[in-house]
Ligand binder design. Structure first.
Ligand code: BGC
Length: 351
């Protein structure tokens, strides 16, 4: 196990973005950056022990902070995914968040992703980023401190622990927005990847992809990933909850709804390389997004690689989109001076 630090790039405000590289005893690598407390690279072995970088990303900070490039690898806060009409209420008080996409808020307005985080703690196998968000920053109540700790274990798991504390009752729904391409070859689309999601229902959406509040059975529809099968099998089927051409960009309701209890949420598998990723979380939802909003051409990614249409699959663990406005959705408020904590693990193996 070792950790090293290197310079990545400088932001317009003069701040340097640093990368912390953790290497485990198998040679697996996690490169974590201060920008958006994000994942810059993850190197995992294939069935012959060959390491390859399995996440999309860029060589330049300015690409990471371009919202049109899809929040590659970045942490998202305070509230991931969508907030309808960019507003919500807590105990009768209405709060207004940035309408940074259409009439709604996407990914809390983006600030948590597009700013540089501080370092709180470093150990041989972990790095902890921290960010202070003042009361009413982007409309969210409470002076809030969030820490994100990444730990790379010797069994090729990247553990992501989010903790937050606020002096007022507030909402916290963090995620990480890495896009996986387990083949290591980013010129390939992810349509050949196999996927299983441990969910029987998804959150029904309207034409703006905002939840209607209904939960719909996946069985009998293209949304069904209850058994491992290729993402490409049905991605182009017409279906009301999926925008044609974009493909999957939907929240699944995980079977495990007990917040705080870890369970397997999804399995992603690339047959050719043998690489498998299991996503474990204590959150009730996961967004399956296959990069269908990304540009169709261009290779501006790391070392000229493709960060384009369907080259990566994001599996974003989360409370359901807009859960702070839909009383029936499972959600846990962050109470004053009490620690909010959630954990997601990315467990890599070969098959
Ligand atoms: C959203 C997509 C969006 C992507 C990048 C996902 O969580 O569901 O609609 O394009 O993030 O911002």
């Amino acid at each position: 196990m070792s950790i090293s630090k290197s310079y990545f790039d400088t932001l317009e405000n003069g701040e340097d973005v640093e990368i912390y590289k953790i290497t485990n005893k198998n040679g697996a690598v996690a490169e974590l950056m201060t920008l958006g407390a994000g994942i810059h690279a993850l190197k995992a072995p294939d069935r012959n022990g060959e390491l390859a970088d399995v996440v999309l990303g860029f060589d330049k900070a300015k690409h990471y902070i371009n919202p049109d490039f899809g929040y590659q690898g970045l942490s998202v806060g305070r509230f991931a995914n969508r907030i309808r009409d960019a507003r919500f209420s807590i105990d009768g008080v209405e709060y207004h968040t940035p309408a940074n996409q259409g009439t709604w808020t996407l990914h809390g307005g983006g600030r948590f992703s597009f700013t540089n985080w501080d370092i709180k703690r470093i150990s041989e196998q972990s790095v902890t980023f921290t960010r202070f968000s003042p009361d009413m920053e982007d409309g969210f109540p409470g002076n809030l401190r969030m820490d994100i700790q990444y730990t790379l274990t010797d069994d090729n798991t990247l553990r992501i622990e989010y903790t937050a504390k606020s002096d007022k009752k507030t909402v916290v729904n963090p995620t990480n927005h890495a896009y996986f391409n387990l083949s290591g070859d980013k010129s390939k689309t992810i349509e050949e990847h196999y996927l299983q999601i441990n969910a029987d229902k998804f959150t029904e959406t309207d034409s703006s992809q905002l939840p209607t509040g209904e939960l719909t059975e996946v069985r009998g529809t293209m949304m069904d990933f209850t058994e491992l099968h290729k993402i490409g099998d049905r991605i182009n089927e017409p279906f009301r909850a999926v925008l044609g051409d974009v493909g999957y960009d939907n929240n699944y309701c995980l079977r495990n709804t007990e917040f705080g209890k870890m369970a397997q949420a999804a399995i992603l598998y690339d047959k050719e390389s043998g690489r498998q990723l299991e996503v474990w979380t204590d959150l009730p939802g996961i967004q399956l997004y296959c990069g269908g909003w990304l540009e169709k051409t261009g290779s501006i990614g790391k070392n000229g690689s493709y960060v384009t249409y369907r080259r990566g699959v994001a599996l974003e663990t989360q409370f359901y989109p807009d859960s702070l406005n839909i009383p029936d959705f499972p959600f846990t408020y962050t109470m004053p001076n009490e620690e909010f904590k959630t954990v997601t693990e990315l467990r890599f193996s070969v098959k």
